[in-house]
Design a protein around this ligand. Structure first.
Ligand code: MRU
Length: 358
């Protein structure tokens, strides 16, 4: 998608230098900086400090991380150790483990003189596949937006949480892909963007990328969705997912569950958009998903720009107060109207997912 009218993907390989390029998301929306990842440690660090984030993009970065490890040292033990470090870099988004395991499977038994090319090819294949899946998610989700528009004959108001936009994937996004496709088709859409405290991925990333594509959007405080739904100002919620269980329970950015409850109480359809790489077929219960607890400084401090356009971080809490920062929550399947995947729209249940994927 576009930034200042130029098309980008979120991660790519500079073939001449075999350096991986990313957009540093910690600086958005105030500065647009492309960063180089030269070593596996650069990739691990980029995931840990959220220069890259969002489940599909974390997976793609980890895939390129394996390729960078191979480039540094193609000794088997080094690659294994690197894969373990990558998997540990963030705990909740399942795409990370999925991508590393796919890379390791691909590389097993490959000749050492071919291993780097294979690693780079597979990392690119993961990116290309994610982009294709996001396009299909968009086309499948478009049908739901179209149906609402055909009944309403007026702007479709969509509420989304966090950033499940193209910046969280390789391109198009998950939750935003149906929105981009509807906009391209000429359906009038307007997006309510949850700010998404504490790191403000909604305000800093979703609103930013929607602006760049000229999609009308309004940032709201995270607690505003409920009253908007009571007033009939939300036609549909579409969110992303960091890990969806085979029973349809959805783990996503903290606050998603409360939006799903409000949607349920107000008969607003609540859809989750995800590629199959986000499905965890192993864990059976939402309470068993590892929930990342991040540094409380993300709550107690806020980052913005000053009058000289310099990025500054300031304390906003009483110095003595403690804060707790859980990054994700789990929405039980019963509150999810449907799962929008690359293969179609499924009921949030084992039977529904099995029909599409097994
Ligand atoms: O902590 P983040 O920014 O990596 O969180 C992930 C997300 O962007 C969201 O939870 C998103 O809705 C799912 S990923 C498409």
């Amino acid at each position: 998608m576009k930034i200042e009218n130029k098309e980008y993907r979120t991660i790519w390989l500079d073939k001449d230098t075999q350096t991986v390029k990313i957009i540093d998301q910690t600086k958005l929306p105030h500065q647009f900086i492309i960063k180089d990842l030269k070593t596996v440690n650069d990739a691990i660090n980029a995931i840990k400090i959220m220069e890259v984030r969002g489940a599909p993009l974390i997976g793609a970065t980890a895939a390129y991380g394996i390729a960078l490890a191979v480039k540094e040292n193609n000794d088997h033990n080094f690659i294994i150790k690197s894969s373990e470090e990558l998997i540990k870099s963030r705990p909740t988004a399942i795409n990370l483990k999925w991508a590393v395991e796919r890379m390791m499977k691909k590389l097993s038994g490959i000749n050492s003189n071919k291993i780097l090319d294979s690693a780079l090819d597979e990392a690119k294949a993961i990116c290309d596949e994610d982009e294709k899946f996001c396009v299909n998610i968009g086309l499948n989700g478009l049908k739901i937006i179209e149906e609402i528009y055909n009944k309403k004959k007026d702007t479709v108001n969509i509420l989304t949480h966090c950033n499940a936009g193209w910046l969280a994937t390789i391109n198009w996004g998950t939750a935003t892909s149906p929105i981009y496709h509807a906009h391209k088709k000429g359906i009038p859409v307007h997006v309510w963007v949850d700010e998404t405290r504490p790191r403000n991925q909604g305000a800093n990333l979703t609103s930013y990328e929607l602006n760049e594509e000229e999609i009308p959007n309004t940032i709201i405080a995270d607690n505003t969705g409920g009253i908007l739904m009571q007033r009939g100002d939300v036609d549909i919620c579409i969110v992303g997912s960091d890990r969806t269980l085979s029973n349809g329970d959805v783990c996503n950015k903290i606050g998603t569950y409360l939006k799903a409850l409000a949607a349920h109480d107000n008969n607003v359809p609540f859809y989750v958009a995800l590629p199959s790489s986000t499905i965890d077929w192993e864990i059976k219960k939402g309470k068993d998903i590892p929930i990342e607890e991040r540094n409380s400084e993300e709550l107690s401090h806020i980052v913005g720009i000053d009058e000289n356009n310099e990025i500054k971080k300031v304390l906003i809490y009483p110095k003595k107060s403690k804060a707790m920062n859980l990054a994700f929550d789990v929405t039980p399947a019963k509150y999810v109207t449907g799962l929008i995947t690359e293969k179609g729209i499924s009921e949030a249940s084992f039977e529904g997912l099995k029909k599409l994927f097994r």
